[in-house]
Design a protein around this ligand. Sequence first.
Ligand SMILES: Cc1ncc(COP(=O)(O)O)c(C=O)c1O
Length: 416
Amino acid sequence: MSSPTSPLSRRGRKLVDAPPRPRYIAEHFERVHRPWDPDSRPDGYISLCIAENKRMAERLVRCLDRYRDVPSAVLGYDDVTGNLAFRRNLAAFMSRSFLGRAVDPARIAVLAGAGSVLEILFYVIADPGAGVLVPTPSYAGFWPDLEIRDGLSIVPVECSSRNDFRLTPALLDEATANADVPVGTLLFTTPDNPLGRVYSRAELQDVLAWAEGKGFHVVFDEIYALSVFGDRPFVSAASLRTELGARVHIVWGFSKDFGASGLRCGVLISGNDDVLRAVSELAYWSGCSGHTQYLLSQLVSDRAVVDDYIKRMRTDLKQAYQRVTQSLDASAIAYLPAEAGFFLICDLRPHLDTPTWEAEQRLWRRILDEANINLTPGEACRIAEPGFFRLCYASESEAAVQVAIQRLGRVLGGRD
Ligand SMILES: Cc1ncc(COP(=O)(O)O)c(C=O)c1O
């Protein structure tokens, strides 16, 4: 209810007074209109904090331009969890390209981005006040996705740099035992953001067996499934069992592997009919536009085009990773090797004046103010220890990334 002093509801007021948007994102949107340009703005802003792959954008636009014969049906209401033809094409595409097994289109729901999928899925599988286990370091957006409207509490499962950030069943047990809220769900990301790591079949088996043993729901966020450039192949949770299981759910979308976050198309695959029914009751408020579904449906069923796109995207991503790591090496900036995604973790612990979150914040601010580059502070990813920063290298041109790393090297006092 609004009060005489505020025209907003209490929850509206809370969003204004304590905005959940992290500081580094707010800074990004303040600076993004004054970007680096070698000629006109050599000291301009360079963003290294947004997990996006824009390197294939021109090619994708040309691919989508082929599908101009848009039927008038896209203008009307349709199934709120996705047009049936789109879900059929998606099922075929996802099955052959990364799930490792066939999936029934009836098990698929399409919504406005993976964030919407997560918010709605957790709304229907966990009650307000419940805890959700999330291995950390983690994607920073899970907190707003699950906490703001779903009223859940994320229970971090802290993986430590001492153990190479490995997740083990023992860590899951410990986090569950120490949680001060009831826990019944686990959200697990592979390939991982921010470490850029792919989990092996054996590791995934351990996670799934652990969740099954507890009777927990487990949500596998596989949004980077196709953005893998290392030697280890991606393994989908879908391929672990002959049936998905009533408490197993997979999330994917077009924001990352297709660099199309602006189209807002996320995908849920659930092994549970009731979950899908409940999701469909909320989907109306988070639907994906009919036009977008049509374009993407054409794309994923145009086998030659989509396969060529993915092949090129992965080769290009590998090259981008090699270039960024060469530059980091040349500037003597330490990082953790990655095998997937568009980011890596830089280890700037030696550059903190004290091993505290305040010192990490100060270093982030200094890098932003002196070099006009924005890294994601490890604290936003809930890394257990201060001094790590995520560096995203595919949302800017290669030239911009090179300049950014030279600037970073100068601020840190290394070579460039
Ligand atoms: C692991 C993970 N899941 C979900 C999302 C959200 O994706 P979308 O833009 O489709 O909502 C992101 C975006 O960065 C992500 O990294």
